[in-house]
Design a protein. Sequence first.
Length: 256
Amino acid sequence: MGKPSLFSVRFLNPNEDPQFLREHGLTESGMIHFKQEDRETLINTSGEREITGAILKVTSVKEKIIRVLSGHGERAIEDTTSAGLSAIVNDLRRERVQVEPLFLTKTSRVPDDTDLLIVSTPTKPLLKEEMDLLLAYSQTPHARLLFLLDPPVGGTSVGIKNALGPLLSQFSIEPQEHLIVDPENRLYGTNAAMALVYDYPPHAITAALSKNNQRIPTLFPLSQGLYLSGIQIPTLFLPCFHFLGVTILTSIVTGK
C-alpha cells in the first residue's frame, strides 16, 4: 500500500469556477493558492524560493520573530539603500519570519518570544538602562544574538568598544579598532581595503567554494579584526597573502 499524499494539487479554469477564484483572491493567471486548515497564502510566481516560503507559511504553527535593535543609528530594516537591511528582511518575511525593530526605551525587557536579536553597529551611544536590558537578555537561556559590526570608517561610529563593549565581553569578543587590509591584492576594480581569499580548509560552510580542484575567490571589503578569548572556532578560510590590521585611513578606503 502506498503512502498517503501529503498534499493535493488542483488546477482551475477561471471560466469553470470563477466564484472560487474571487473568494481566494486569484485574480491573475499563474497565481498559486496554498491552504492548510485556517492558514492560507497566495504567490504569483512559481519560483522555488517562493513556493518553499508559502509552504512554510501555511504549515508552520508559529512564526519566528527576529527583532533588530533600533534607535541608535543602526542599519534600518526598511532602508532600501546599500546601508540598509531591507533586502534580507524581505527575504526573511517571504520565509514567514517576522522582523521588527526593537526600541529599548519603550520596553522594560527584550520580549521572551524573541527568537533572534540583531545588534548592528550603533552610531550613537546606548543609555545605561538600555545596556542593562541587553546584558540581562544575554544571560537568559533562550538568548540568541547576531552582531553586525562595522569598522569605524568615516568617523560616524561611536566606536564598537564604547557602544557594545560590555555586551560583547559577555561572549569573550573584543573588537579591534582597525581595518584589515590586503596590500598584495591586485584584482582589477578592488583596493587594499578588500581582503582577497581563495584558500578554504575542508568545512561544510565553504565546501561549494572549493570543488573539483577549483577555488572561487571571495572578497571581504572593510573587514574588522576580532579577538576571541577562550573560544574555539573552525577555520573557514586562509588569507592568500599576509593581511594587516591598520588604523582607519581615508586613503586606504578610497584607494588613493
